[in-house]
Ligand binder design. Structure first.
Ligand SMILES: NC(=O)C1=CN([C@@H]2O[C@H](COP(=O)(O)OP(=O)(O)OC[C@H]3O[C@@H](n4cnc5c(N)ncnc54)[C@H](OP(=O)(O)O)[C@@H]3O)[C@@H](O)[C@H]2O)C=CC1
Ligand SMILES: N[C@@H](CC=O)C(=O)O
Ligand code: NA
Length: 357
């Protein structure tokens, strides 16, 4: 039986859950052979990595060295056995290695948005490297976590449907925040307290400012645009028209902890926005739009009537994504459900691994 050998890079929230789910697949053709944290590498092609992986990794004497790991992984690729790198980091340095991995015949699976939403030069290098060897990259969890968003979009495009517009709530963090914060009532919990809850629930990016500045949504919109048709017209996610929620005084704060310490200073500012929306009979929701027909890609905070589906049907970290296409018109194809959190994100990553079988 041919094998798929799996090397995991990044063993944080999603990485740990992915390992747990992977190790519980019964009768598996998958063999976990390597782990890399930001400080340690464990390369173990012969001795199984087990549910005691944390101890195995911390007992490893090898410092983290992804380039040297890459060389060893390359040597394991055969005509029948695949080797896949699962990147569970949010690192740009790791993203820069995708062309090397793919051109070395290593498949790549990831929830990391950075490789696909950064510079078009990197994105093009990823596409070309994948084409040159046939090694695949799969990134379902980059948009809507485990929800079938990328696979649905690929199916629509591949079968000749024309995408007219994709719109929705693309951020689990923003969804959670505004579902709790803006319910149509002028009062409620403080803004900083609900952001803090979103972080505790594992919905936020490693630095929560990356959610609140809208960049996470801008990255997802870039990925969707490029999945419809690769084009340098969005040179990077920074070209997306994005309305940040970060008060100017908190821009550029280096750590999440410092950011949280100062966020309560701005609760009154957010409260005024909530009150204004409630006065109009509306709620606040952070939405994104990709409109290939108008060439428009944008993300920002909008007001919706309390009867709108974005107000009535979302709870928790739900994403809702509406695909308006030639075939799905005038009523869109809609995907909805939890769009952040370790369990559903790791499930999306594992489902990509099954696609390699
Ligand atoms: N949480 C969620 O709901 C979702 C997350 N994602 C994506 O999943 C990815 C992981 O998120 P999450 O698990 O929440 O974040 P975490 O911060 O919990 O995990 C990221 C891990 O990557 C490690 N890391 C960073 N750089 C390197 C490196 N160069 N080599 C090896 N390891 C490294 C970090 O180690 P250290 O802490 O030591 O720096 C950390 O353990 C991100 O790209 C995120 O955008 C996607 C969808 C949903
Ligand atoms: N921080 C992101 C995680 C998933 O992509 C979000 O809140 O949606
Ligand atoms: Na998804």
């Amino acid at each position: 039986m041919s094998k798929i050998r799996v090397a995991v890079i990044g063993v944080g929230l999603v990485g740990s859950e992915f390992i747990k789910q992977l190790l519980s697949v019964r009768g598996s053709q998958f063999q976990l052979i390597a782990l890399t944290s930001s400080t340690r590498t464990l390369f173990s092609p012969d001795t199984p990595i087990t549910s005691s992986w944390k101890t195995q990794l911390s007992n490893s004497t090898e410092n983290a060295d992804v380039k040297s790991l890459t060389e060893r992984l390359k040597a394991l690729v055969t005509l029948t056995d695949k080797v896949v790198v699962v990147d569970n980091t949010s690192s740009d340095d790791i993203a820069a290695l995708y062309p090397l991995w793919l051109s070395s015949g290593l498949h790549v699976i990831t929830p990391n948005k950075k490789p696909f939403s950064g510079s078009y030069t990197l994105y093009e290098a990823i596409l070309n490297a994948s084409k040159s060897t046939g090694a695949r990259y799969l990134n379902e969890s980059t948009v809507g976590a485990g929800l079938p968003i990328i696979s649905t979009l690929k199916d629509l495009v591949m079968t000749g449907d024309k995408v007219l517009k994709i719109e929705g709530v693309f951020s689990g963090t923003m969804s959670y925040i505004f579902n709790q914060y803006s319910t149509g009532s002028p009062d409620g919990p403080s803004f900083s307290s609900v952001v803090s809850e979103a972080r505790q629930k594992g919905y936020t990016e490693p630095h929560p400012a990356d959610d609140l500045n809208g960049f996470d949504v801008a990255r997802k919109l870039t990925i969707l645009s490029r999945t419809i048709a690769p084009s340098p017209s969005i040179y990077s996610f920074a070209s997306v028209e994005t309305a940040s929620l970060i008060p100017p005084a908190l821009e550029g704060i280096p750590t999440g902890d410092e950011f949280f310490a100062r966020l309560p200073e701005f609760d009154a500012q957010f409260d005024a926005m909530r009150k204004e929306a409630a006065k109009e009979g509306k709620v606040l929701r952070f939405v994104g739009v990709v409109d290939p027909t108008k060439g428009e890609v944008k993300a920002g905070l909008e007001k919706y009537p309390t009867t709108h589906p974005f107000a009535t049907s979302l709870g928790g970290s739900d994403n809702i994504i509406m695909f308006h296409t030639e075939r799905y018109s005038p009523r869109p194809l809609i995907v909805q459900g939890a769009g952040a959190g370790a369990a559903v994100t790791a499930m999306g990553v594992l489902s990509d691994l099954f696609k390699l079988l």
